[in-house]
Design a protein around this ligand. Structure first.
Ligand code: PSU
Ligand code: MN
Length: 295
């Protein structure tokens, strides 16, 4: 059912640390041609930090765990690659489609493959002012035992509501060297976290204590702030204008997040791209360190 790359299969056989990587960020989160380059660099960063990268995507209906150079290129550069959350997986598989996987779908497949750590950019969450537009990422993380390293959630979302949902779903949120919940482009979303960790080893301890207490049925979110945040006034302007543009264009459903991400990329003079790239690199490095610490 899953097609493991040779490298991922060998890491599993030798019980070596593995980091799952999401593909929607490649197909729908970053513009061409940077998307392919970033996807390759991120895999390299995982390797340099002692783990095996496993980028997850669906190609011609086959669920891949670990992509070769050609397959990464397909996700980055083929037109019409779908965005698959958990509910779409069986459909894209049966219909032999190409699909990038969101956080929810990637976490689920990583679990099937026995992978315990996952790096992404930002999580989906509760959208502002939209009753019931709540990312499937949240519910997936509520029943998937995996460590997800992210830079919090973007301020395109209702950050406070998203944190409340994470609490309801019993998903721990650990600030990495911070007690501020990061807002992706900004290192501080304005919300304080209850729990802060300083090292990958501390995360590993929490990971194993959850097993003992049998509270390990949910994900652990590790919130790792961007190395250098966006200028705050630029950020606020893009946010207001982007939300207004999305409403005006009548964007709904799974198109909302890609629309807003693209709005930021097109209107920030390269700033949002720079930060996005720094974030995914920094998260992948930390994820590799965590994968080693829990191994
Ligand atoms: N947020 C980001 N960057 C992203 C995404 C979210 O800052 O690339 C992508 C992820 O794949 C996430 C998905 O799982 O969007 C959430 O989409 P939705 O809001 O439609 O659930
Ligand atoms: Mn949605």
């Amino acid at each position: 059912m899953l097609k493991l790359s040779a490298q991922v299969q060998s890491a599993i056989n030798q019980r070596k640390p593995i980091v799952a990587l999401e593909s929607t960020i490649i197909s729908h989160g970053l513009p061409r041609p940077s998307n392919l380059q970033v996807a390759q660099e991120v895999e390299e960063i995982v390797r340099e930090n002692g783990a095996t990268p496993a980028t997850i995507a669906v190609l011609d209906g086959v669920v891949h765990v670990g992509l070769d150079a050609n397959q990464l290129d397909q996700i980055a550069n083929t037109d019409g690659v779908l965005k698959a959350s958990i509910r779409d997986l069986a459909i894209v598989q049966s219909q032999k489609q190409n699909a990038a996987t969101t956080v929810s779908a990637t976490a689920h497949i990583a679990k099937l493959a026995g992978i315990k750590v996952f790096a992404t950019g930002g999580l989906g969450g509760v959208h502002r002012g939209q009753n019931y537009d709540e990312s499937a990422d949240l519910i997936a993380l509520s029943n998937t035992p995996i460590i997800v390293v992210c830079a919090g959630v973007k301020s395109i979302l209702d950050v406070g509501a998203t944190l409340e949902r994470l609490e309801t779903f019993a998903i721990p949120v650990l600030g990495y060297m911070t007690n501020k919940f990061p807002g992706f482009y900004l290192t501080d979303s304005g919300f304080t976290l209850d729990n802060q960790v300083q090292t990958a080893e501390q995360i590993a301890k929490i990971y194993s204590a959850r097993k003992d207490l049998k509270t390990d049925n949910t994900a652990i979110v590790v919130a790792n702030p961007a190395p250098n945040q966006m200028d705050v006034s630029l950020h606020n302007k893009l946010l207001n204008d982007g939300l207004a543009a999305s409403t005006k264009a009548g964007i709904v459903g799974k198109a909302v997040t890609p629309f807003l991400l693209e709005y930021f990329h097109s209107n920030s003079g390269g700033e949002s791209l720079r930060i996005n790239i720094e974030i995914i690199k920094s998260n992948s490095k930390l994820a590799a360190q965590i994968a080693q610490a829990i191994n």
